[in-house]
Ligand binder design. Sequence first.
Ligand SMILES: [Zn+2]
Length: 237
Amino acid sequence: MKMKKVFLALIMLPFLLTSCKQGKKEMIYETDIYSIEYDVKSEKLVQSINEALSQNFQRILDFWGIEKLANHVNIKIYSEMDDWIKFYEEKSGSKYQDYVVGCADGPNIYVLAFDEYKKTQQHKNDSLEDFQKIMVHEFVHICHTQLITGWDKYSFIMGEGLATYLAGQRYNPDVKIDYPKDELFSNDLFSLTNDSYSLSQKIVRQLVEKVPHEKLLEYALDYTKLYEDWDELEIKD
Ligand SMILES: [Zn+2]
C-alpha cells in the first residue's frame, strides 16, 4: 500500500511541475518586422501592440525617411512588476522610478504589462490607448537610434520630445521652457523641471511649426545644430 502511494506521488510530480511552469511559459508572436515575447498573463496585449504598430508603423518610418528597418525588432512584455523593476535597475544602473513603464535599447523594446502598471501612482488612470502610445513612443526611439551616428549628438529634448509628440502623448502646454540654452542642453535637465517630457514636447511642437522637416531631422540627429540656431529660433513659453 505504502509503495503504491510513493509511486503515485512520483507520477504526479512531473505533471505538477509542467503545469506550474506553463503559467509562466514564454511565448513568441512573430511578424516579418517584429516579434513579441509574452506569457499567459500578458497574452491579450499582443493584439493591442499589433494594432498600435500596424496603424503607426509607416507614418513613423516616413517621418524619419527610413525605407527599411536595419534590424528585426524584439518586444518583450513584463507581466510582473518585480521582474520589471529588477530588469530596469540592472539595465539602467539607476533606481527605478514609477513613471518608467517602457524603454527601448537598440532594436529592443521592453514594456511593463498594462494591468501591472495601472497599479502605479503615475499611470493609474491610463487607458489601453495610452499603453499603445507607449509602444509607438518606443518605436520612434528605435528609428531615431537607427539613424543617429553618435550619442554625443543626442539630446533628451529631441529624443523624448519627438517620441512623445509623434506618439500623440499628453503633455502640459503650460510648462516653462524659457531657460538658458546651456541648461536646456546640459545633462541636468531634470534639475530644471520635474516635467522634462512636457518641456521637450513643447519645444518640438514649436520647432515643427518653425522649421522645414529636413531641419527638424538635422536637429534630431545632431543637437549641436539646434544649439547653434537656438537664439534665432526664438522658442518661447
Ligand atoms: Zn522615451
